[in-house]
Design a protein around this ligand. Structure first.
Ligand SMILES: Cc1cc2nc3c(=O)[nH]c(=O)nc-3n(C[C@H](O)[C@H](O)[C@H](O)COP(=O)(O)O)c2cc1C
Length: 399
């Protein structure tokens, strides 16, 4: 993702059995284009070799304050140079030391010396250690300092017990990092509703008609809107994708379920992104038993138009911002402007479908954002994450 590339991350690794996961976390950070400086505690080195992390980061790993480079005062220098400090996994010990303001190891001294750098802590420990009032008290203290926590998750722990204390999944830690590094929070306090994926219209209990929409564009819009500070609800038809972290998720199936869910949330929405590919037609008759192949001959399926969701919403629009999506192959701007005016939308995002290129299922997209005053902006071929950033940036300007 181009717009967060080049950020400088300090990754603190402490003495938890989950320390082996820090290698994969580091790989994800490097893949995202971050420059990462790893700092390990003495105990962490019993769990994972500094050489592993040095090789993945391409940088020397910092192991203690009093190294040959001590004259450069690493705890101050590294703290000032970083855009974010992430401690993953974070032990009960490091959480307690940070809450006490200790500075007797490089990692704690660095956090203490940081000024406006966000600090993100991903705890990993036995569930009794996490639940202990001492740990919970320390966590509250760190919250009061403005530090951020992600996890822990519930599940099976390394000690064989079950409970809350697992290091949260690495993509969730990455999402929190993107959220904290995204300094533009122009949607702070705004309630955003996103629809995504396809709807399915039942023929009988085992068959349906639908379309190829994967939900990727809408899921990215939901994630990116949260990074801009919005309170996001995602209404999704069936999709292979996992619900994005930090977003309220509502799963639906048919176009009429989608309509109900949108109307349920619409009153408390400021901006609606209609990225779902809602079916235009549905079978007139839904069989309540499986249609048998034997003896049926040719099956004629009669279809009727589904509910006009945008039409219904247009009636209740008020000063809410409605962003529609369309796929067009020719007369892009003209067709889109017509649709936008008819449906009372503020912005329409046109997915290009031309030649070999189809946005369906792809990780890439090329969008044209058309504003109701007729101005238009073309993204060029970008990832869907970047396309979401492009669209939201234009919506923010309109607001
Ligand atoms: C095998 C083993 C696994 C451990 N796992 C954890 C853990 O997951 N979380 C934790 O808080 N402490 C764990 N500990 C205890 C910490 O390593 C210990 O508190 C240590 O002092 C932490 O130091 P540090 O926070 O400076 O790295 C474990 C210890 C051992 C021997």
């Amino acid at each position: 993702m181009r717009y967060l590339k080049g950020n400088r991350v300090v990754l603190g690794v402490t003495g938890s059995i989950a320390a082996y996961k820090s290698a994969e976390l580091l790989r994800l950070m490097v893949k995202a284009g971050f420059n990462v400086r790893v700092v390990m505690t003495v105990e962490a080195q019993s769990f994972i070799s500094p050489l592993t992390l040095a090789t993945i980061s391409g940088e020397k790993v910092l192991l203690n304050e009093f190294s040959d480079d001590a004259y450069k005062i690493p705890h101050i220098q590294e703290a000032r140079n970083s855009d974010i400090i992430v401690i993953a996994p974070a032990t009960a010990q490091i959480i307690s030391e940070l809450a006490c303001g200790r500075a007797d190891k490089l990692l704690t001294a660095m956090v203490l010396a940081a000024r406006d750098t966000p600090v993100l802590i991903a705890p990993a420990m036995n569930s009794a250690m996490w639940a202990h009032p001492a740990t919970q008290g320390n966590v509250s203290t760190l919250f009061s300092y403005g530090y951020h926590f992600v996890g822990p998750a519930k599940g099976e722990l390394a000690c064989g017990e079950e409970g809350s204390g697992r290091l949260v999944d690495l993509p969730i830690i990455m999402e929190e990092i993107f959220y904290l590094l995204h300094r533009e929070k122009a949607l702070d306090g705004k309630r955003v509703l996103v629809t995504a994926s396809r709807t399915i219209e039942a023929i009988d209990p085992v068959r349906y008609i639908s379309n190829y929409s994967s939900g990727k564009m809408g899921y990215w819009l939901a994630r990116v809107a949260r990074r801009w500070g919005a309170d996001v609800t995602l209404i999704s038809g069936p999709s292979e994708l996992s619900p994005p972290y930090g977003v309220k998720f509502v799963g639906v199936e048919s176009a009429s379920d989608m309509k109900e869910a949108i109307l349920d949330h619409f009153n408390s929405t400021d901006i609606l992104f209609m990225a779902a590919a809602v079916a235009d037609f549905r079978p007139v008759y839904k069989y309540n038993h499986k249609i048998k192949k034997e003896g049926s001959g040719t099956l004629l399926l009669r279809l009727e138009p589904t509910v006009d969701i945008l039409g219904e919403i247009a009636l209740r629009k008020g000063n809410k911002v409605i962003v529609g999506f369309a796929a067009e192959s020719d007369n892009l701007v003209e067709n889109a402007l017509q649709k936008m005016r008819k449906k009372n939308m503020d912005i329409i995002v046109v997915n290009k479908i031309a030649g070999d290129f189809s946005a369906f299922g792809s990780d890439f997209n090329e969008v044209t954002v058309i504003v109701k005053d007729g101005s238009s902006y073309v993204s060029g071929r970008v990832t869907k994450e970047e396309a979401a950033e492009f669209v939201i940036d234009k919506v923010v300007r309109l607001l």
